[in-house]
Design a protein around this ligand. Structure first.
Ligand code: C2O
Ligand code: CU
Length: 472
């Protein structure tokens, strides 16, 4: 049996949808076809803004792709963006030549060209796709892909939410040259502010001019209609290219079940999510009374209110929504330690060990380095099939680094010297600024090839904080 489904570009509304009934487990021969066409888009999520965006199928973010685990995805990429581009399938274990890593697994698809990505998406969960060549990630070439897990608990309603922000493109080049000056916008009470050292610059690299959820800014964001008694699943992606985002639903606790699409050892209940660049979280809440509440991305940016959507029960669509303050003071937010648990002892290290020091080189922050080198001169990890590899990061810079590995799911085993009782399965994890350490372990059991390992902060990645895991 072969099935086709084509997506229409129909604005942000299609991105927020109830979970379709899961059909019988897919036959392995099922193929789901999507066409993704990249092209320029004049993007105006707020009045007066006319952003020179790039979009898949005419929307920022690109269409929500859904597939059932076991089906094959065939995505025809047509590049009309005006520049070379590839699509990277973030969080997927897939044949190396389908990974979309520019210059590593394929040459960029030229403007006017096309490429067919075909693979069986794995593992299941909330994943995403994005340009992996130049500034496409900053300009809008990203979207979410949900690989439904037929074994998952059924939600009464589900919302797929991409948190993203519109950069001031004029701040990108200075950021890359290490002379960027943008305001720091982490919320009061956030670890980003608490962990600052006295000589930190109180600045960010890139400035943002609008703050969106699924393509729109408040009050134009899509309303999320729920019913009393429902168990609602949120799938949240932080597609901001440089900033961690805190996400909170007023009046509710959130039960976090998945990190980067992978099940947590046990669900964790929190007030707010902490979502690093490129991370995803699945979080559930229960609607216990009628009402209207804001789901918000928290920050100290004066325009932070734009990144909000109303969640309401029937008949409450016009009630003023309950909101949260933009501060994290006293807020119980998600941490890796809460999810993995601490208090155990470190299991003895098996396998190879790599120590990576993340630093910002000699010339301010125009070079973001691993062991003093920028890509492609950084030290590589060479693996044989089934090797166990331990990577320890030490962050000597004054910014967190969301480190990402292509084509694998790794386990976070230790944070700042403290072992996790249950390691966390992830594909992207934040290494804390100012001396923070993080340890990963993974098994080299993915398809052979060359897999990028890099900081997902778009500036740091372009400025060299990247290396490769290579099967030999
Ligand atoms: Cu989502 Cu190489 O990245
Ligand atoms: Cu970084």
């Amino acid at each position: 049996m072969r099935r086709s489904s084509f997506l229409k570009a129909s604005g942000g509304a299609m991105l927020v949808m109830a979970l379709p009934r899961l059909s019988a487990p897919a036959a392995a021969s099922d193929v789901v076809d999507y066409t993704l066409t990249a092209g320029p888009l004049r993007y105006s999520p707020v009045p007066g803004l006319n952003f020179p965006g790039l979009a898949f199928n005419g929307t920022i973010p690109g269409p929500l792709l859904r597939i059932v685990h076991g089906q094959r995805l065939r995505a025809t990429f047509i590049n009309k963006s005006g520049q070379g581009s590839t699509i990277h399938w973030h969080g997927m274990i897939l044949p190396n030549k389908m990974d979309g890593a520019d210059g590593v697994t394929q040459a960029p698809v030229r403007d006017g060209g096309s490429f067919v990505y075909e693979f069986a998406p794995d593992p299941p969960g909330t994943r995403w796709y994005h340009d992996h060549v130049s500034d496409g990630l900053l300009r809008g070439l990203f979207g979410m892909i949900v690989v439904e897990d037929p074994r998952d608990q059924r939600a009464d309603a589900e919302f797929a939410l991409v948190f993203h922000d519109v950069p001031k493109m004029a701040t990108v080049a200075p950021a890359m040259m290490g002379v960027g000056k943008a305001p720091m916008t982490d919320p009061p009470g956030s670890p980003e502010l608490i962990q600052m050292a006295p000589d930190d610059k109180m600045g960010d690299e890139v400035a943002f001019t609008a703050h969106c959820i699924n393509g729109a800014a408040y009050p134009n964001t899509t309303r999320l209609a729920v019913k009393v008694g429902q168990h609602v699943r949120l799938r949240v992606l932080n597609a901001n290219p440089t900033q961690t985002r805190y996400v909170r639903l007023a009046g509710h606790r959130l039960i976090v079940t998945h990190s980067d699409g992978n099940p947590l050892p046990r669900p964790v209940e929190v007030d707010a999510l902490r979502v690093g660049v490129a991370e995803r979280y699945d979080a559930w809440f229960e609607v216990s009374a009628p009402g209207s509440w804001l789901l918000q991305g928290l920050s100290s940016d004066p325009l932070a209110y734009e990144q909000a959507a109303i969640v309401h029960t029937e008949g409450m669509e016009d009630a003023p929504p309950m909101a949260s303050s933009q501060s994290l003071d006293g807020v119980d937010y998600f941490t890796y330690e809460k999810a993995g648990g601490t208090g155990g002892s470190l299991s003895p290290l098996r396998g190879a060990r790599y120590d990576f020091t993340l630093d910002d080189g000699k010339y301010g922050s125009s070079r973001w380095t691993i062991n003093g080198k920028t890509y492609p001169h950084t030290p590589k990890i060479y693996v044989h099939r089934n090797d166990i590899v331990n990577v320890k990061f030490l962050n000597k810079t004054d910014m967190d680094h969301p480190m990402h590995l292509h084509g694998h799911v790794f386990e976070v085993t230790e944070i700042d010297g403290v072992a996790l009782t249950s390691p966390l399965a992830k594909d992207t994890s934040l290494v804390r600024a100012n001396g923070g350490t993080l340890r990963w372990r993974f098994r080299a059991d993915s398809p052979a090839g060359r897999w990028l390992l890099h900081c997902h902060n778009a500036i740091h990645m372009m400025d060299g904080m990247m290396t490769l895991v290579e099967y030999v």
